[in-house]
Design a protein around this ligand. Structure first.
Ligand code: PLP
Length: 405
């Protein structure tokens, strides 16, 4: 079969592929622990359920404006004012099918073939692929070994005449790192001066621990939004645990939003009104649901840190936000794909190889499940890898003996 060269080269989503593998194992009755997927376990917030149910029962489920319903855009404008201290117009906002489509639409609207986009490792798996889908070239900047925070000078060095954008994701998937405010400030200043877009993927911005804050880029620019190169991406997937509703949004210059709206109109015609109502309900509803989720994840992280203390050989930088951790397991195997496969086979734990995030030798663990998932998951990984851990363990109701170390 003859297919598009570009499309054929796009990598399979490793998390979705792992989910499928885990599902098949579970179907066979295997007691799999899923530390692969970045999806909170909470129920949809009640206000979101009520708002979407009301939309559905009205029977008025029709096309909406391609850039989003006025009511949801109003809620996003209020959210932007409350969280970013920026008052923007409806023309600065576009609603998309998840933050993923926000990123695609931004890059599709900005890039010409061969334009470059700087992606900071460790990065969310989809960034390089989305850049490639838009005929661009991802340029990866990797931090010093043992660190998750990029060096500003290295970023500056990676910039060429073709650089159109830098993508920043803080708090970061997969490392859980929060970029220091000084770095964000330098990046904003640099991008505003150079005319490079700073795409801030803020999808985890409220999932931060220990009273830390992920400094928003808007804070560091005096420019009017119409002149600013800061673009903010956000959505309801992570902070409200509403992954299945597929609602994200972009706040940017109106000229860019206009082009993105045309792209959306030709591509999807917009987001389902049922989902848009749900997002509106979440944004306008009681915000203690976000705090409850944050506390649950913080508690999981505490349990995780405790478990990791007795994991000899693993090196860990404490996650400061999100629901991920990215331990360095090079002491056991520098090949993270092999390592993840080994952990699934021997310990029935789903993890994601660090290689997918530009951090070979590490594996990403998602702490978004239950406390039991975290404790049992880490115990199984220790058992499979660390020779100083007890060599017997129960996996489900089977007693397993480690005979490979
Ligand atoms: N950005 C980052 C950094 C993510 O980790 C994810 C999901 O895993 C997304 C964007 C996608 O969000 P959505 O589900 O709203 O498309």
């Amino acid at each position: 079969m003859r297919l598009s060269k570009l499309a054929s080269e796009i990598a399979e989503s490793p998390t979705l592929a792992l989910n499928e593998e885990a599902r098949l194992l579970r179907e066979r009755g295997e007691p799999v622990i899923h530390l692969g997927i970045g999806e909170p376990k909470n129920k949809t917030p009640m206000n979101a359920i009520l708002a979407s149910a009301a939309k559905l029962t009205s029977g008025e489920v029709k096309y909406t404006p391609a850039d989003g319903t006025p009511a949801l855009k109003k809620a996003i404008i209020r959210y932007t004012e409350e969280n970013y201290d920026r008052l923007v117009s409806p023309e600065n906002v576009i609603v998309t099918n998840g933050a993923k489509q926000s990123l695609f639409n931004i890059l599709y609207s900005l890039l010409n073939p061969q334009d470059e986009v700087i992606v900071l490792a460790p990065y969310w798996v989809s960034y390089p692929e989305i850049v490639k889908m838009c005929y661009g070239k991802p340029i990866i900047v990797t931090p010093e070994d043992g660190m998750f925070i990029p060096n500003f000078k290295e970023i500056e060095r990676a910039v060429t005449g073709y650089t159109r954008a830098i993508i920043v994701n803080s708090p970061n998937n997969p490392s859980g790192a929060i970029y220091p405010a000084e770095l964000i400030e330098k990046l904003v200043d640099f991008c505003e001066r150079q005319g490079i877009y700073l795409i801030c993927d803020d999808i985890y911005h409220k999932l931060v621990f220990d009273r830390q804050e992920a400094a928003p880029a808007f804070r560091f620019t005096e420019k009017d939004i119409e002149d600013s190169h800061v673009i903010v991406v956000n959505g309801v997937a992570k902070v409200y645990g509403m992954t299945g509703f597929r609602v994200g949004w972009v706040v940017a210059q109106r000229q860019l939003v206009k082009v993105m709206t045309n792209v959306t109109a030709q591509m999807t015609s917009g987001v389902s009104p049922v989902s848009q109502s749900a997002a509106e309900g979440a944004l306008n509803g009681l915000q203690n649901v976000v705090e409850a989720l944050r506390l649950q994840i913080q508690n999981n992280r505490e349990v995780f840190l405790q478990e990791m203390k007795t994991f000899n050989g693993a090196r860990l930088i404490k996650p400061e936000g999100t629901f991920y951790a990215l331990p360095d397991l090079r002491a056991f195997n520098a090949n993270s794909v092999e390592l993840s496969k080994f952990l699934l086979k021997k310990a029935l734990v789903v993890t994601v190889p660090g290689k997918e995030f530009g951090m070979e030798g590490h594996i990403r663990l998602s702490l978004s499940g239950t406390v039991k998932d975290v404790t049992e998951g880490v115990a199984r990984i220790k058992w499979a890898l660390d020779p100083t851990s007890p060599n017997e363990i129960y996996i489900g109701d089977k007693k397993m003996v480690r005979d490979w170390l």
